[in-house]
Design a protein around this ligand. Structure first.
Ligand code: NDP
Length: 449
């Protein structure tokens, strides 16, 4: 009999934690998981899933409009936010139930309370109970960053945005990254006046420059307002309950009804008791792990956003799986972080895999870039002046496709399949040898000259 209550204690039942718990238990480990909020984590409860459903809901604004050009007599339509909000929250409840069921089925003990680290092999639950385990896995994810300014408490983050009582007539979104651009698209389609305010003059840092510029142009064309190089000074609540954002630099303050902070997410380690076991952080304040997901303390591991390697759900899931395979499945496995595809579910969406043009130029020297700048057939008939842009970045000598970057309808759906080719190291000639599937947008990928 083991000297510990469990073989594995997982803190956090999000994407990484659930995968690690379930698979470790399936290998025969006695597993417990503590979750202070809801099983499923950020992705399922207040991130990717409900966001994507809102993106679908928002896109009907354009579809209903365009339907008239396709012969449909569409009466004047109005949008009912509480109805969509409640359907989405209902779906979140369903998934929360499914995730809980999966853990139950695998005989994982769930503690619905906060756990903090008490030592290398012990955690203390909120109830005061101390539980021991052979290994501890930290999978507490990340948490939205709030600005340190007067009046910050008047704003909300992506944690609260799914629960709004009513749609704001005017919303200010702080930040220029994933969440800012995705929610700008969502609120704009719902009819809110949207202003994005960012500290620099860049949106979506890290994505291909031409794609970012295309999204900016399309978003501005739709009526989304951008204020760049404008850090916050303070936020004032006015007598009528609305908000006034005072920004540094030139330009008037901005009046609005809601402020959404989307200024990045930091590893969620506050009050976790890391010091009780001497667990080290890296320079960015994330838990430092080796490629086996192990911290500097032999019995303690960490996966997902709390380690801040790549803050994406599928990456956390891979890390959780690799942890379970390595530690309890006798199959040592590490995660390959190259060619991880990603997407921004803006309107239109962006999708990307591999090196950007600038990265490839720095890394490879000689490169060749092919691009296709076109208007999707559907947009032409709809009279929508919105152009897509696809780019293939190739090694100058070998022709290997080292990056694909796309903006346009369904770009993420198309890119997932194309990412296989990039990961497999295929060349431009391989793309050219593939017969086009006509008529589609994706065929542009094999027709670039
Ligand atoms: P991002 O990292 O995408 O963007 C952060 C934005 O906030 C940037 O524009 C940045 O400006 C700005 N910023 C950062 N720090 C400060 C600061 N101290 N003061 C003012 N502005 C600041 O963060 P998000 O919050 O949008 O998303 C968090 C993470 O969640 C993403 O990195 C991503 O990993 C994940 N996510 C993924 C999604 C997807 O896969 N589709 C969707 C949503 C989130 P600048 O660039 O100018 O420095």
């Amino acid at each position: 009999m083991s000297e510990f209550d469990f073989d594995l204690f997982v803190i956090g039942a999000g994407s990484g934690g659930v995968r690690a718990s379930r698979v470790s238990a399936a290998y025969g480990a006695r597993v417990a998981v503590a979750e202070e909020y809801r099983v499923g984590g950020t992705c399922v409860i207040r991130g990717c899933v409900p966001k994507k459903l809102l993106v679908y809901g928002a896109h009907f604004a354009e579809d209903l409009h365009d339907a008239r050009r396709f012969g449909w007599n569409v009466p004047e339509c109005s949008f009912d936010w509480p109805r969509l909000r409640d359907s989405v929250l209902g779906e979140v409840d369903r998934l929360n139930g499914l995730y809980t069921e999966t853990l139950d089925k695998n005989k994982v003990t769930i503690f619905h309370e906060r756990a903090i680290i008490e030592g290398p092999n012990a955690v203390r639950l909120a109830s005061g109970k101390v539980v021991t385990a052979g290994r501890i896995l930290i999978a507490t994810g990340a948490w939205p960053v709030l600005p340190d300014i007067e009046g910050a408490e008047h704003g909300i983050t992506s944690n609260e945005v799914f629960h709004l009582d009513k749609l704001p007539r005017r919303i200010l979104i702080a930040g220029g990254g994933y969440i800012a651009n995705e929610f700008a698209g969502i609120f704009h389609e719902f009819g809110s006046q949207v202003t994005i305010v960012n500290r620099s003059d860049t949106i979506l840092r890290g994505y291909d420059e031409q794609l970012r510029d295309r999204l900016l142009q399309i978003s501005m064309g739709k009526g989304i307002i951008f204020r760049f190089n404008a850090p916050f000074e303070r936020i004032e609540k006015l007598e009528d309950g609305s908000l006034r954002a005072h920004l540094k630099g030139p330009g008037d303050p901005i009046d609005c009804d809601q402020i959404l902070f989307a200024m990045g997410r930091k590893p969620h380690i506050a009050g976790l008791g890391l010091e009780n076991a001497g667990i080290e952080l890296n320079d960015q304040g994330a838990i430092k792990v080796d490629e086996q997901n192990r911290t500097n303390v032999e019995s303690v591991y960490a996966v997902g956003d709390v380690t801040d390697r790549i803050q994406l759900t599928p990456v956390a899931i891979r890390e959780g799986q690799a942890f379970a395979d390595t530690v309890f499945g006798n199959t040592p496995r590490t995660v390959d972080y190259s060619c991880v595809p990603s997407a921004v579910f803006s309107q239109p969406p962006i999708a990307s895999v591999g090196l950007t043009e600038a990265e490839a130029r720095n890394k490879l020297g000689t490169i060749k870039v092919y691009s296709s700048d076109f208007r999707a057939m559907k947009n032409v008939l709809a009279g929508r002046n919105e152009r897509s842009l696809y780019k293939l970045v190739c090694h100058g000598e070998t022709g290997q496709v080292v990056g694909i970057h796309m903006i346009g309808p369904d770009a993420p759906e198309i890119l997932q399949a194309a990412a296989i080719a990039v990961k497999a190291g295929l060349t431009k000639a391989d793309f050219d040898d593939t017969v086009a599937l006509h008529p589609s947008m994706a065929e542009e990928l094999v027709l670039m000259k």
